[in-house]
Structures are given as C-alpha cells and as structure tokens.
Ligand binder design. Sequence first.
Ligand code: ADP
Length: 177
Amino acid sequence: MKSTKNIKILLGDITKIQADAIVNAAGKGFGSIVGGGVDLAIFKAGGNELREEAKREKEEKCPNGLQIGQAVITKAHNLSCKYVIHTLGPRYYSEDINKLKDCYVNSLKLAEENDCKSIAFPAISTGAYGCPIEKSAEIVKSVMQEYKSGKIEEFIFVLYSEKDYEVYKKVFKVLDK
Ligand code: ADP
C-alpha cells in the first residue's frame, strides 16, 4: 500500500494548486463545450490556448467525445501546473458509478507516462453528476490502497466545500492506521 504521507487532502480551488498535473472533471465534449463546476474554472484559468489544445486533442483522441473513465492529457497553458488531465466521470443516477475508479486509475497512468511527480484531483462526479461525497471518498481510497507504482510522490485531493473536505479527511484517516 502507498504510504499515506504523500496523500494530502485540501480545501480550496484546484486551479490554485501547485502540482505537476491537475485533473479536470470534464464533460463528454471537453474543450469544445465548456461545462460548469470545476471544468469551467479550469478552462477560465487555463485560457484560450488550453481550450484550443483540448479541442485538437478531442478531435484526435475521441472525436465522438470522451468515454466514461477515459483520460486525455493537455498542457496547462496559463495554469501554474504543467499538465491538465481531462477525464469523464459517470453520472451517479444513470451510469455505473464503479467506473469512477477508471477516471482515477487512467489519470494516474497518464501522469506517470508524463513524468509527473505530483497530481491533484477534484472530487470527480460529485457535482453536477450527483455522486455522494462519501461514495467518492470510498472509491478514491480504494484506488490509493491498490496503487502500487512509486513514480508519483504526491497525491492531492482538493475539496471545494467544508463538508466535502471533512468527509474526505474522515475517510482517509483510516489509511493512517
Ligand atoms: P461532475 O460533473 O463530474 O460532477 P463538477 O465540476 O460539477 O463535476 O463537480 C465536481 C466537484 O468539483 C464538486 O465536488 C464541486 O464542488 C467541485 N468543484 C467545483 N469547482 C471547483 C474548483 N474550482 N476546485 C476544486 N473543486 C471544484
């Protein structure tokens, strides 16, 4: 199991986080259709060039849109990280929530392939897509427990509300034991 000293739970805006990569809870048409929530914040902060690159990547890698659990990487442009990893989470009420795991696993894979030493995630699927924060924390914890590679040194989970932050802190404390 990965040592917990490299896992940070933070309250705040992911666009302000210092990490090699930040993850975007993107929509299916990422880049061309900018959604709300964290996607909107990331594209606003990343600027037009981020949008242009995302559109090109979408055309090349997934012309019919991102698949649930798929992850695509772009540079970060005006953001202070190096990369943005765009991934599509499942909708809680109509899609398989277990695929949320794929979002995290595939994002970690891409981060490793691009030599990232640190990565920051939002709580994917817990906004417009309706996943309870407790379920998200449970799934993310299991990804961390199963994550074996030592290539990434720091995992940051960024929560946007006090309540979500408290839930993550509570669930992740178990890892310390
Ligand atoms: P999804 O469609 O995958 O549910 P959302 O963007 O609607 O994506 O929400 C995902 C999570 O991101 C929610 O918990 C929301 O509160 C949070 N969030 C929204 N804006 C930010 C931000 N700037 N930084 C970090 N988390 C954010």
